[in-house]
Write a protein that binds this ligand. Structure first.
Ligand SMILES: [Zn+2]
Ligand SMILES: [Zn+2]
Length: 191
């Protein structure tokens, strides 16, 4: 079953990337994923995404779905570039939301030092066994060392954190840039 791009025939499917329903008539990406609980003709399921959410989170499926399809998806060329960036830097698709640390107990996945309570952090997700799993946190300043690029990082995180204010986004952008100027080395056990 190939990955597809098509116009949503109903408005019922929720995007796996952002959790928001995909409006009827708008373009959506359908990723074919193995269904481990079935065989035969039900051995695959389809996961739906907004095009931008797929470009960020499932770049391989996004690019395959668009290959040879002339679907006039909004911002198609820019989204293709984002997906290609996600393939070139394989940790980029793990970036999720920005939030303030609710406690000081979690350590950064890159530098392995604790993230201070109340400080900004990025949540990470890993794609495992056909679904997204929470995979810890990252200092915004550690993105440069972790993802090996800072291009488009803030736009990605803002996409998945729609309620982030411009002021908070600006503060996070400063931290990302500071980390790029002075990258911290990975701590023991970082991945
Ligand atoms: Zn979405
Ligand atoms: Zn860190």
């Amino acid at each position: 079953m190939p990955h597809v791009v098509e116009q949503a025939s109903t408005g019922r499917a929720k995007c796996r990337g952002c959790g928001v329903a995909i409006a009827k008539g708008t373009w959506r990406i359908g990723e074919a994923v193995p269904n481990m609980f079935a065989d035969g003709e039900n051995a695959e399921a389809r996961h739906w995404y907004h095009p931008r959410c797929a470009a960020y989170r499932r770049p391989d499926a996004f690019l395959q779905a668009l290959e040879g399809a002339d679907a006039p998806v909004d911002d198609r060329a820019a989204l293709v570039a984002e997906a290609q960036a996600g393939l070139a830097h394989h940790r980029l698709p793990r970036l999720d939301k920005a939030e303030r640390a609710a406690s000081g107990r979690a350590s950064c996945r890159h530098c392995r030092t604790p993230i201070v309570k109340g400080a900004w952090r990025f949540t990470l997700t890993f794609w495992e066994d056909g679904r997204f799993m929470p995979a810890g946190y990252l200092h915004p300043a550690c993105v440069a060392g972790y993802a090996e690029t800072t291009d488009g990082v803030l736009a990605r995180v803002r996409h998945f954190t729609p309620d982030l204010s411009d002021e908070d986004a600006a503060a996070i952008d400063v931290a990302i840039a500071e980390g790029a100027a002075n990258p911290l080395p990975p701590g023991t056990g970082a991945d």
